[in-house]
Design a protein around this ligand. Structure first.
Ligand code: BMA
Length: 362
């Protein structure tokens, strides 16, 4: 009887939580509302596993294949990361060489399968004309805001993004909802929007302007993710440049393990980051995520069950996104592929009940 009561209370709590979940955008489409509910309800089952550019290239193939994750573990990821860098310039392919038309098709496929699409944007530097990593000027953010010399150009860039988001339609012609994670790792200073490259007010204004412009173009199929670089020490550091609860839906951070000797630091940093982020997410009814992670070249064959899973398993995070397996840089990979040293361990990882792949979230 006690057990039945307990199960009933758990279901009630889950129901209330899922029901209460609403996107920050009050005009969000129904599918976007459903996406935010799905991100909460799957968190009760476990952590969704994601991979950047999973379906468009892998460690030893390019253009189109079947996914390194699927080939290794027998199932596809639940979450798919896509990159829009260079779209703002009107180019046909991303800065990593993937045709946007192909990305669009893959987003449709993922959505039809019940998977989740999340979008990063390494926006080129509008002031210098160089890439996102050009930190030669501290005036870039100021220059793109209203009154700035590059405002007109930036509006054009955002228009191109808006057109892209509005072109994501399912087979019924309904807009497909996605998670958008702009202006990421801003607590570091390696992108032109980073901490030492603009003031707090400028950074917050950049976020608000981005969202306002997209919404003004009728884009309401987005959940917005705020993602700091790992290594922040307390909640004021994490929230220092937070654009607002009325804008952001997901809270996360990016953290990577640096080589085999980086294990302790990595585990400690995730534990610390989560201890800061999770209470903020709970109080504000936001969805927590590990927005980017991995250990390049996977030097530890047991990494999946002995480092990554112990590092994240106890946290109520919706998903974890592993970075890309580049086809043209042999050591730049974060997911296993057939024959790779951690492949067998990854299969054990996939078998854990609470690691959620595509079949688990359909
Ligand atoms: C970085 C690397 C680069 C890539 C960029 C944007 O972390 O993977 O090779 O161009 O992300 O995807």
């Amino acid at each position: 009887m006690k057990n039945i009561l307990l199960i009933f209370v758990c279901f009630l709590l889950l129901f209330t939580q899922v029901f209460a979940q609403k996107p920050a955008d009050i005009n969000a489409t129904k599918a976007t509302v459903d996406l935010s509910k799905k991100l909460v309800s799957t968190t009760e089952k476990g952590i969704m596993i994601g991979h950047q550019d999973d379906l468009v290239y892998g460690h030893s193939w390019n253009v189109d294949g079947v996914s390194d994750v699927k080939q290794t573990a027998g199932d596809f990821p639940a979450v798919y990361g896509w990159e829009l860098g260079d779209l703002e310039l009107g180019r046909p392919a991303s800065l990593d060489g993937v045709d946007f038309a192909n990305i669009k098709n893959k987003i449709k496929w993922v959505n039809a399968q019940g998977g989740i699409n999340v979008i990063s944007w390494h926006c080129n530097n509008p002031l210098t004309g160089k890439n996102a990593w050009d930190v030669s000027s501290k005036l870039v953010v100021k220059s793109v805001l209203p009154g700035g010399e590059k405002n007109e150009l930036f509006v054009k860039m955002l228009d191109r993004l808006a057109d892209f988001f509005l072109s994501l339609k399912d087979e019924k012609g309904e807009l497909i909802p996605v998670v958008f994670r702009p202006w990421h790792e801003h607590t570091g200073s390696w992108f032109w929007w980073g901490k030492n490259l603009c003031s707090k007010d400028e950074y917050v204004a950049l976020w608000k302007y981005t969202v306002t412009q997209l919404q003004a173009k009728g884009v309401h199929n987005i959940l917005y993710a705020y993602s700091a670089a790992g290594g922040f020490n307390n909640s004021s550091e994490y929230m220092d440049r937070f654009p607002g609860v009325g804008i952001v839906d997901l809270l996360g951070f990016d953290e990577y393990q640096g080589g085999i000797s980086g294990k302790d630091n990595y585990m400690k940093s995730i534990a610390k980051g989560m201890s800061i982020l999770l209470p903020i997410a709970k109080v504000n009814n936001k969805i927590a995520i590990l927005s980017e992670t991995g250990c390049e070249s996977l030097p530890d064959p047991k990494w999946w069950t002995e480092t990554l899973w112990p590092a994240i398993k106890d946290y109520p995070i919706a998903y974890v996104l592993f970075w890309r397996n580049a086809h043209d840089k042999p050591t730049h990979y974060y997911m296993p592929f057939p024959g790779e040293a951690s492949a067998a361990n990854f299969r054990d990882f996939e078998k854990i009940d609470r690691t959620l792949f595509l079949r688990d979230v359909r």
